[in-house]
Design a protein around this ligand. Sequence first.
Ligand code: SF4
Length: 422
Amino acid sequence: MSLAKTVALHTLGCKLNYSETSAITRLLEQDGFEKREFTEVADVYVINTCSVTDNADKECRQLVRRIQRKSPGSIIVITGCYAQLKPEEIASIEGVDLVLGAAEKFKITQHLKDLTKGNSAKICSCDIEFDTSFSLSDRTRSFLKVQDGCNYNCSFCTIPMARGKSRSNSIENIITQVKQLAESGVKEIVLTGINLGDFSPPQTPDRGGLQAQNFFDLIRKLDQAEGPERYRISSIEPNLLSNDIVEFVANSKKFMPHFHIPLQSGSNKILGLMRRRYRKELYADKVHLIKKLMTHCAIGVDVIVGFPGESDEDFKETYDFINHLDISYLHVFTYSERDNTAALQIKPVVPMSVRNERNKMLRNLSYRKQNAFIQQHLSETRKVLFEQRNKNGLMEGYTDNYIKVTASYKEEWVNQIVDWKI
Ligand code: SF4
């Protein structure tokens, strides 16, 4: 192929995918590509897919069709979880030239070198290793991947198939990366992973023996190392959120008072069917401990509604459980069937109309929880990190405890931590 020089990228899915798209962009830029917006014409288009997003295949097909209409001669590359899970299906989409699995996506420049626009797509997918990635689109905040993959087997989830077994970066590498990010001006780093609490870096020799390290070791070392002013922990399973971690965050100046803890259901029966590794009582204990030590702490909760077998009573149990919990906001997901998952065997299936109704009820509850949380902090002065973008004369930022603030744009506040009365 004549060497393509412009590339446009699009991300579907989670924060981890965003940080990986940033890493892929940097690799392509180092190889001489110029980045274009996805809406513009480019020589190469890359779509980083997700297997958790509903209708991943539909979204992917639509994007490919749009590219073909706009720029029929461009190379189209599909990567990410969906590409790892269903490479053949993606390769059969008309217009797709290259399908890169989880390990191959960071070798994209090599793959592009000997590729020509043709009638069939080349599939490259092999074993999955750990690849470093972080996002750096806006210098204020960066999402840094420290762990990938998952050894759990939740019955609804395709991530272990798509991203492989749990693996982690070494603490030494992470310390080097955070130092570099801070030197480039990043003020806040969000530690991300698929199952972050399962962080277990390659073992290092220590006083003659091999020493196993965990997520608690990582945050303690980061707290002492040179790095940004702020850290956030993106999402952590309740059974892996140890009391040590909570107590540490409560006393740290660098780790922000904010946890995101997947609950998925407030019914122990449904948690069992989901093969989650905790019960609601443990979840409630964690929330109580956090709020006892940090009354101002934000707590976000993931919930899935309409899981097979979820009766009206089970849903009510979930609703009441969350309603009584001192949490700050919810991310509500409607259960959707995924190929090759154990949940497909569970009956009865919940009708889609009921799933949608339950989703609406929990979104309303989330709205009330979020408002109540903000009300609790009105008139307080909290530290806000303002971001770069000027949106019609306004700028946005987040407090330490994740309250979004909008202010009149002031250039001197960009990427600064400012005392702000809420
Ligand atoms: S913990 Fe469960 S839901 Fe989360 S990635 Fe692992 S298998 Fe999927």
